[in-house]
Ligand binder design. Structure first.
Ligand SMILES: Cc1cc2nc3c(=O)[nH]c(=O)nc-3n(C[C@H](O)[C@H](O)[C@H](O)COP(=O)(O)OP(=O)(O)OC[C@H]3O[C@@H](n4cnc5c(N)ncnc54)[C@H](O)[C@@H]3O)c2cc1C
Length: 406
């Protein structure tokens, strides 16, 4: 007879792999089963729109190298999908009919690309390593790629495609690229770079109609022009994978709803990563966050909470993007800012610092060569501290950001 707990983690992505590893190597007396739909070891998604599209011999980058998922109390079931949850009976059913009993359950099911109604099924999407290989094959020099959506993934793919010598058109329904997650002047830096690289970027433009047949693609745009691209990528955001949770009666609202300890509305069930929506302190409300580092931060909090520790997520959201030799860095939440301060850097780039209505620093963002990251990282410490810095000092490059921490 064993008192060992059974913990099931559904979703073998960035977040699920970390939760499972954390729990299996902790002092919790538990056996951990990680169920992942993809028939390969967990890997990181950020390279899919970057190095995987341009490198000669792309390989999946594993979040845990050196077999770190190969730990004694962890069983990895790859290529298996959880199809239903029985919260009363405490079981998860898999697509091969197996029922896994659990004492505690973590949902880390991620997200799927949002599909644009009206686009033929031949339009590609990018979420998995296999998707990236298909796209990579299509990006031959001279091929014409149409990207629908000027968000992070769309613009990263545009940069990679130009690097590969493909011709690129990007259409974006909004009047600006990168939505509200990136302050407008920072987005402009990237837009100007894409234009300088020869990307035909059409803002305020939609696909009016599209067909894909034996004669290839025919796309009519809302600006009255028509295109005949060789390949079309739809990159219009993602939808959280919440089917299991919703069918089991968990609260869902653009993501599985969680509290600050990543607990769902059901006892003994947690959710973390791209599939969940929880409180974001700097924003003052609930939001689904989709970023690599947040997947780590939430995994750590979920694992601690599963172990019974009193924890809550305090991490400041941060994401980056690489396009050409430019790095975009955003800490905090641009949507929380009501006023922006510009802080010039010696290399000519500008860090934009967002303050809320109470003067609290809530966002720092910049795009440029790697050095911009240094200021954004330092400003993130001010965001984390809830600092109310003097805007004139923030704007003055002679004033060290570190000095404003005190
Ligand atoms: C192309 C691309 C580029 C990105 N670039 C950046 C970047 O530059 N910077 C950044 O900060 N973030 C980036 N991200 C975002 C980052 O990769 C995600 O935030 C992160 O992968 C989220 O991890 P996750 O584990 O929550 O979800 P995922 O990585 O999506 O993993 C979820 C896993 O769960 C599996 N699953 C779903 N349902 C089930 C089920 N019922 N049963 C079993 N398994 C299931 C899925 O198949 C998937 O493998 C990028 C994402 C993409 C797609």
């Amino acid at each position: 007879m064993t008192s060992e707990l059974q913990v099931v983690v559904v979703g073998g992505g960035e977040c699920g792999a970390r939760v499972a590893h954390d729990l299996a190597t902790s002092d919790l007396d538990a056996r951990v089963v990680l169920v992942g739909r993809e028939a390969r070891a967990p890997y990181e998604r950020p390279p899919l729109s970057k190095s995987v599209l341009v490198d000669d011999d792309p390989r999946p980058v594993e979040p845990y190298r050196d077999g770190r998922l190969d730990v004694e109390r962890l069983e990895v079931l790859a290529g298996r999908t959880a199809t239903s949850l029985d919260l009363e009976g405490r079981t998860v059913e898999l697509d091969d009919g197996t029922r896994l009993g659990f004492d505690r359950l973590v949902l880390a099911t991620g997200a799927q690309p949002r599909l644009l109604p009206g686009l033929p099924a031949a339009a590609l999407t990018l979420r998995t390593f296999e998707d990236a290989l298909v796209l990579r094959d299509a990006l031959q020099p001279g091929a014409h790629l149409l990207v629908v959506g000027a968000g992070l993934v769309g613009l990263e793919v545009a940069a990679s495609a130009r690097t590969r010598g493909a011709q690129v058109t990007v259409v974006e329904a909004a009047e600006r690229a990168l939505g509200r997650a990136v302050p407008h002047p920072v987005a402009r830096v990237l837009v100007e770079r894409h234009e300088a690289e020869g990307v035909d970027l059409r803002l305020g433009t939609t696909v009016a109609s599209a067909s894909a047949g034996s004669g290839g693609w025919r796309v009519e745009l809302s600006d009255g022009t028509s295109l005949a691209p060789d390949v079309v990528l739809q990159a219009v955001g993602s939808v959280p994978e919440v089917g299991l949770a919703r069918d089991a009666g968990l609260e869902v609202d653009d993501g599985v709803v969680v509290d600050a300890a990543m607990r769902t509305s059901a006892r003994g069930v947690w959710a973390a990563g791209d599939c969940c929506a929880g409180p974001v302190a700097v924003l003052g409300r609930r939001q689904r966050l989709e970023s690599w580092r947040m997947a780590h931060d939430q995994a750590a909090v979920a694992a601690a909470s599963v172990r019974g520790e009193e924890v809550s997520i305090t991490a400041v959201p941060w994401f980056w993007s690489d396009q050409y030799d430019l790095s975009l860095q955003v800490s905090g939440m641009a949507a929380a800012a009501t006023r922006w301060v510009e802080r010039p850097r010696p290399d000519g780039t500008v860090v934009h610092l967002g303050l809320d209505a109470d003067g609290v620093l809530v966002c720092a963002a910049g795009a440029g060569r790697a050095a911009v990251a240094k200021d954004v990282r330092m400003a993130e410490r001010l965001v984390a501290a809830g600092a109310r810095p003097d805007p004139d000092q923030l704007a003055d490059p002679a004033v060290q950001l570190r000095s404003l921490l005190s």
